[in-house]
Design a protein. Structure first.
Length: 173
């Protein structure tokens, strides 16, 4: 009898613990939107990205491309968006922090990546496919050429933590 009472008490405790146990919140970077160079949707829903920006969630952008000389060569970049803008309620633009430039080095002993001498750069990427870049010679504190405008595909990642907040229509209303 003692064993069955003890077993019953343990079963009740385990059951009550199991019912009250809270699963940790899910936190992860998720691809929520991808646009092509013309600004067409390739993946996801731009409204999810707009809501994430309006809710102040961390955003990362991914971009890159293939070599024009050798299409088997490619590069992919991922960077935190440090400054975000929503224009006309529909397009998102992300600027990354200026970084020291890098250059791939493909050598007999393997592929490496090296710093570029005197070179820092930054970029702004948009959901409409627009991109622009700025390069600075950090030793002379001068622009290297003119800022370049172009077009490029961009992947938009959001750091998602389960939440029930609903974004406002605009940040300034």
């Amino acid at each position: 009898m003692k064993n069955s009472n003890l077993f019953s008490i343990l079963a009740i405790l385990l059951l009550s613990y199991g019912c009250s146990f809270k699963v940790p919140e899910s936190e992860t970077w998720q691809l929520v939107y991808r646009n092509d160079a013309e600004g067409n949707t390739v993946f996801g829903d731009k409204s999810q990205l707009l809501d994430a920006v309006r809710n102040g969630l961390p955003i990362r952008i991914g971009f890159g491309g293939r070599s024009r000389i050798d299409s088997t060569r490619s590069v992919e970049h991922v960077a935190d968006a440090q400054f975000l803008s929503i224009l006309d309620g529909d397009e998102v633009f992300a600027q990354i922090t200026q970084i020291i430039g890098q250059a791939p080095a493909r050598e007999a002993d393997g592929t490496k990546i090296r710093f570029r001498t005197n070179n820092k750069w930054t970029t702004i990427r948009g959901t409409n496919g627009y991109s622009t870049g700025l390069m600075v010679d950090y030793m002379a504190d001068t622009l290297v050429g003119q800022p370049g405008d172009g077009r490029g595909a961009t992947s938009w990642f959001v750091y998602i933590k389960e939440t029930s907040n609903k974004a406002p229509k605009r940040l300034y209303d």
